[in-house]
Design a protein around this ligand. Sequence first.
Ligand SMILES: [Zn+2]
Length: 328
Amino acid sequence: MGRGLACGAGPRRLAAGLGRHGARSGARLEPGAGTADGALPARDPRAPARTRPRRPVRTAATLVTAAAAPRRHVAVVLHDVAPSRWAGCTRVIAQCQQVARHAGVALPLTLLVVPEMHGEAASPEFLRWLRRQVQLGHELALHGYSHHDDGPRPNSLAEHLLRRWYTDNEGEFAALAHEAAAERLSAGLAWAERHGLPIAGFVAPAWLMSPGAWAAVRAAPFDYTCTLAGVHALPGGEALHARSFVFSTRAAWRRQASLLWNRTLGLVQYRAPLQRFELHPSDCDQASVSRCWSTLLERALRQREPLKMAEAAALARRTGTPPARAAA
Ligand SMILES: [Zn+2]
């Protein structure tokens, strides 16, 4: 499971280097590098030597400022990676890579995989594609087992609204007892192992976890879990507050509200240690939504070092809130 992965080492915008599975987070790219299918770039050995880009002039004042400034990071996570959402996933990954090329960096993603989305089995072609994503340097995390909330009936109006209306019955781990949650986590990990898929963390559908689900996740061999508001390193539980950029595309009014919310969040989170972009396969379907997150992401990539979530968890272990004070 690779607990304790080092956070993207070295100064921001490193010379391109290979990590365990491919390109290292934060690798500096020449503009135009990379491929449309989400591949992180590999240098063609037949290509002529590139001319070194001109370095900006640095004065003593800018050097002092740079040395004093804390390093900031950005993580991009793609939810609902499953056969029925495959086309949307590839569109979002391609858009992320295009934005990263504009910003001149390599951008490894964290892909949240659902073993049997609403009962649908993964095809051999989809599984091959997933293994290819790992080879390209992206990280996989488990995202429920079925992504369907078939837990006990809601016992309050607030719970009913949250589970049946707000998340549209997708919060699979929202109301599960400890044992039921542990069984699904084991089934998901066994599925991943059977298909040769390394799983780094667990993120519940809609980030909703019952107390029993929390206990089951803490006891499972994951590097991290996340809530809407933060990253929780496991097994220690150190938490790093990082409110997510996330878009709602189900209805026009939700779309407009989420555009306004995320633009505001971009201002509020300008100096946050970690920015998280939590994208969904439908986030390239509407031009306004795609434009909004692409603009925010490009700005972040020009100022911050990209991380995969296991690296963000390592950051939480070093700099996050100690477990006793960590809020779920
Ligand atoms: Zn989901």
